[in-house]
Design a protein around this ligand. Structure first.
Ligand code: NAD
Length: 490
């Protein structure tokens, strides 16, 4: 069993390079035991305002820095994260619940954004454009927009922060980061690393605080220029409404209801393995997890057999223990919410194929927020489980008879974040992938997200993108200067 490292940071807001006293308190439990891990001080209105104002002061100098300097600090942050990878992962696992191996993966993934945007910082290109009048020309420039408000969820508390911070700072913006109430520790743990990497005080502020309070302050403060949120669609809608009053730019990464289409020629062993990995990853509490598994009627029986065998052999446990496939859910209420969706589906005609409750025999897990991985078949599109984000390790299988019908049903949702297509005929897989109304498709791949590519949803799954060269543009604004051409001949 891994142990939680001694804290190298203070559990208080971090503003202008200092640990500051907050007003209220946030109790952070380990969801595997529900024992308190730490009590964190919360920033209230006055300190949040100070954080924005400090970031605004720091912006004046940060935007003038050479992009190479800014990039080097971000790359140094990546190196420092990798040097402390085990400590960061153990803290992340204890606070969020995910297995240690998955937490290590999140540290690496988060560091890859600091590395990527550290490199991209110097690639913010403008252009010179032709003017309709012969003696004039246009300069089109991309400039940092100003202070960015960054709000992140608890499921990837480090990676979601890294995506936003790295892009904002690379672009030349300064930022105020508000981590989720359930997971402020991993955010605060990054503060000393930012300092060690050379990032000046005020360039990044970290304020654990209540979401609705922060949303209103960020939306109203005149120095705040862009609000970037990763969270639920309901929160995105609330923040957008708040931001509308002062016409602030928003960048939103929201909820999903990803379809996973298993074509008749799919390799069933390989596909079942990937479905299981995807659904046990962070115990299904992932915006891009498969929410609806569409399986062709000709292969359904065999596929369910293979999948149930694998599911029965998976290991649920404390994320800090060895060889665990799935950790707890974030809290007990989450277990009840998932169970309500499963019960509703079963009472509406879904079949419970199997459930892996072996963890119930382990007395050390009795107080934790665990939910048994569950496989359901005969799921219908009209059931709540097919239209709501499940956010738990539940695999709902929906039967289809024609691929065209599966595509149509896959798109019949207000969400459009991710999709998956599994099969052996690559021409057909690509054709199906192109029909899906989502921001990203994995063909025979369950984890296609990388720093090198833009990731963002369509429909009610969001606005904008993170990663790739596009990620930088969320924090840049465009200015055109129209000028006379220099004329040396005259
Ligand atoms: P949430 O929407 O409850 O909270 C997200 C963040 O928003 C938290 O920091 C919270 O404090 C804050 N918040 C809450 N109300 C707010 C308000 N009115 N104004 C401003 N901020 C507010 O989401 P969650 O439960 O933490 O995370 C799960 C959700 O996030 C799921 O819907 C999931 O799909 C989504 N998510 C999306 C992505 C993506 O990239 N699209 C990634 C991860 C999670």
């Amino acid at each position: 069993m891994k142990s939680v490292p001694h804290f190298w940071f203070e559990p208080t807001p971090w503003v202008d390079g200092q640990w500051r006293r907050g007003m209220g308190e946030i109790t952070v439990p380990n969801p595997a035991t529900n024992l308190t891990l730490a009590t964190v001080m919360r920033a209230e209105e006055e300190l949040i305002q100070q954080a924005i104002e400090g970031a605004d002061r720091a912006f004046a100098e940060w935007k003038r820095r050479s992009p190479v300097d800014r990039g080097n600090m971000l790359k140094r942050t990546a190196t420092l994260m990798i040097a402390r990878r085990d400590d960061l992962a153990a803290l992340l696992s204890a606070e969020q619940g995910k297995p240690f191996a998955q937490a290590l993966g999140e540290v690496d993934y988060a560091a890859s954004f600091f590395q990527w945007f550290g490199e991209e910082a110097r690639r913010s290109y403008g252009r010179v454009a032709a003017h309709p009048e012969a003696e004039r020309e246009f300069f089109v420039e991309h400039k940092p927009i100003g202070v960015a408000g960054l709000i992140t969820p608890w499921n990837f508390p480090l990676a979601q922060g890294a995506k936003k911070i790295a892009a904002a700072l690379a672009a030349g913006c300064t930022a105020v980061w508000k981590p989720a109430e359930r997971t402020p520790l991993i955010a605060l743990a990054m503060a000393p690393l930012f300092t060690e990497a050379g990032i000046p005080k005020g360039v990044l502020q970290i304020v654990p605080a209540r979401g609705a309070v922060v949303g209103k302050i960020f939306a109203e403060h005149p120095a705040m220029r862009v609000l970037s949120l990763t969270g639920s669609t309901a929160t995105g809608s609330a923040l957008m409404a708040d931001a509308a009053r002062s016409i602030k730019r928003v960048s939103l990464e929201l909820g999903g209801n990803a379809p996973f289409i298993v074509l008749p020629d799919a390799d069933l062993e390989f596909t079942a393995e990937h479905v299981l990995r995807l659904k046990l990853f962070v115990s299904g509490q992932v915006c891009v997890t498969a929410n609806r598994i569409f399986v062709h009627e000709s292969i359904e029986h065999e596929f369910l057999e293979i999948l149930s065998h694998k599911l029965k052999n998976s290991v649920v446990g404390n994320g800090l223990a060895e060889n665990v496939d799935a950790g707890p859910l974030i809290h007990r209420q989450a277990c009840q919410d998932v169970d309500a969706l499963v019960s509703q589906a079963i009472s509406a005609g879904a079949t419970l194929v199997c459930r892996n409750s072996t963890f119930e025999r382990d007395p050390s897990l009795k107080e934790g927020s665990f939910y048994a991985p569950t496989l359901l078949s005969d799921v219908q599109d009209t059931m709540q489980i097919a239209s709501h984000e499940i956010f738990g390790p539940v695999i709902p299988v929906l039967r289809y008879s024609s691929v065209a019908d599966a595509i149509c049903r896959a798109n019949d949702t207000p969400y459009g974040l991710a999709g998956y297509v599994y099969g052996q005929d690559m021409t057909r897989c690509r054709a199906v992938a192109r029909e899906l109304e989502v921001g990203i498709v994995g063909v025979n791949e369950w984890r296609p997200l990388k720093a090198e590519i833009p990731f963002g949803g369509i429909k009610q799954s969001g606005i904008g993108a993170e990663g790739g060269e596009e990620g930088l543009h969320e924090f840049l604004c465009t200015q055109v200067i129209s000028m006379p051409k220099p004329d040396l001949v005259r």
